[in-house]
Design a protein. Structure first.
Length: 448
């Protein structure tokens, strides 16, 4: 089978790594990919939302399946676009229809969907610029802290949690005034839920579903969950409080009603559903939906997925996912994200990335280019059994791997337990160098 994977981040590198392991994958293309995905497939210089170019490529290269990584092409309707074209209508697209992607594309729709299907979530109301005064009045009915969410897509940065009523009112005015462009033309205000967050993922064919390993991610830029929200600074799996009993509640109260609700509303959904959950005194509640895998959770979850992911994708495409087997690795897996200095605000790109192979030795070797370390170092090849480097914001320039984004590399490791996995990732994180590199050294510590 020839497969085209769309996207260019760490999530896509992790998915590509997993897809390439399948005996069912004859050839893997990644559009556009990054400097890391060339290790497991062939990069294609096409943007993930250039539907016409993607369809032409699929036809010319006899692609048998398209797997969509990021949310943008899903929200823009790539599934529907392929179905509407006679050339590509029979090629499976792993990802929901445009109507299904609204679960992520509109937080107001998602909250309404949860309300219609009795799925536990926080109390909320939605306001636009014409109803600012009503929004300000609703804030006064809530207790601090205050949660404001831009209705549309904001690359994981459209949620504000404010400690005081005055700050919440100020930010509401700014959001409705265009802080996030059209994405915040409507703002969801909801009550704050106190608890520990957890990401749960399912793969569904629209009727049946398989639950993947759960994870916990870390959004804030600073140690101790301080500072600005980011796209994600790391992740761990499994999550200690996600016991069999807790996950049974998640399945009964949240997953099954969501999949059934989509079907009841006539929404074509064949792909991943991300459930952003919070554990409130032992009871799971939904914070948000995403219509794809999370990033950086994918960079740890894929390590724990033992099953052939292409076999699961075939189950989605054929509508017989219930007959497919899903198995997990019993080990822990973690991801520590290396980011550019200044992220999530302004940062510079184009810095060479190097690797110090013998940092702990008495005679350290000079740093070598990352691509040489990845392909030529015996030490790195041995280490890669337990630690993998999933590229996120990287590219090749003059034969050298250089930074090309805010989040640069996800250092992902196995361990017999979370502490061992984290120790391995932190060790390797210290050995990777680029100008103004930063990472959080407290990932997972709140769970140990």
């Amino acid at each position: 089978m020839k497969i085209l994977l769309l996207g260019s981040g760490g999530r896509e590198h992790a998915l590509a790594w997993k897809i390439a392991q399948s005996e069912k994958c004859e050839q893997l293309f990644i559009a556009p990919g990054n400097a890391g995905t060339i290790e497991v497939g062939e990069n294609v210089d096409i943007k993930a939302d250039d539907f016409d170019a993607l369809k032409s490529f699929v036809v010319e290269h006899n692609i048998n399946m398209v797997v969509v990584g990021p949310e943008d092409p899903l929200v823009k309707g790539i599934y529907d676009d392929f179905k509407a074209d006679d050339r590509t209508k029979n090629i499976p697209v792993i990802g929901p229809s445009k109507a299904g992607a609204v679960l992520e594309g509109s937080k107001d729709f998602a909250k309404g969907f949860m309300q219609r299907h009795n799925i536990p979530t926080a109390r909320y109301q939605t306001f636009d610029g014409e109803h600012l005064e009503e929004g300000l009045a609703f804030l006064e009915t809530l207790k601090a802290p205050y949660v404001l969410k831009a209705d549309g897509l904001c690359a994981g940065k459209g949620v504000l949690i404010l400690p005081t009523l005055d700050e919440a009112k100020k930010e509401l005015r700014e959001m409705l005034g265009g802080m996030f462009g059209n994405a915040s033309s409507h703002v969801v205000i909801e009550e704050f839920l106190s608890g520990i967050e957890c990401s749960v993922f399912v793969l569904t064919d629209g009727k049946n579903y398989k639950i993947l390993p759960e994870a916990k991610d870390y959004k804030r830029i600073g140690e101790g969950d301080t500072g600005l929200n980011t796209g994600g600074m790391g992740s761990v799996t499994p999550v200690p409080f996600a016991t069999k009993e807790w996950m049974r509640k998640v399945e009964d109260r949240i997953i099954r009603p969501t999949v059934n609700g989509l079907a009841e509303e006539g929404i074509d959904y064949k792909g991943f559903i991300f459930f952003g959950l919070i554990n409130v005194e032992g009871e799971p509640m939904v914070i948000e939906y995403n219509c794809r895998m999370g990033d950086p959770e994918t960079e740890s979850v894929m390590l724990r997925l033992k099953s052939d992911i292409v076999d699961l994708f075939e189950g989605v495409a054929e509508g017989n996912l219930a007959n497919r087997v899903i198995e997990f690795d019993d080990r822990s897996a973690v991801c520590v994200m290396l980011v550019s200095g200044g992220y999530p605000e302004a940062y510079k790109k184009g810095y060479p990335i190097t690797f110090n192979e013998n940092q702990e030795g008495s005679h350290p070797s000079p740093n070598v280019p990352l691509e040489l370390a990845r392909f030529n170092s015996k030490a790195e090849k041995e280490r890669s059994k337990d630690t993998l480097l999933f590229h996120s914001g990287t590219t090749m320039k003059d034969g050298q791997v250089v930074t090309n984004g805010g989040r640069v590399i996800a250092v992902s490791s196995y361990g017999k337990d979370q502490a061992e996995a984290l120790a391995r990732s932190f060790e390797v994180a210290k050995q990777i160098d680029f100008k103004d590199k930063y990472f959080r050294s407290d990932i997972g510590k709140d769970l140990i």
